[in-house]
Design a protein around this ligand. Sequence first.
Ligand code: FES
Length: 104
Amino acid sequence: MTTHWTDIGASESILEGSAIETLVGDQILAVFRSGGELFAMDGMCAHQGGPIAQGAVCDGCVTCPWHGWQYELSTGIQTINRQPLMRTFKVRESGGRIEVEIDG
Ligand code: FES
């Protein structure tokens, strides 16, 4: 298995305080811009598959819109049980584009 950077859109497609859901291969991703940084994690909540990209972001955490499970954006750790329930991915900006590093 190799990893490579995949273009997921223009920098301006994710403005500060917003997020998008996108599909890379068969991986649904939620990509956030918060506090001037980009974060990418599994787009489906570890609880029952809720749409994490639609969650509210506060203090570096996102809250699932379905039942309120909360995860750290940078680690995918669930804030109540402190377990890394959500996979996270590296994300960067290059030449006005946003790229995620993902297996493929
Ligand atoms: S599906 Fe996310 S908290 Fe239930």
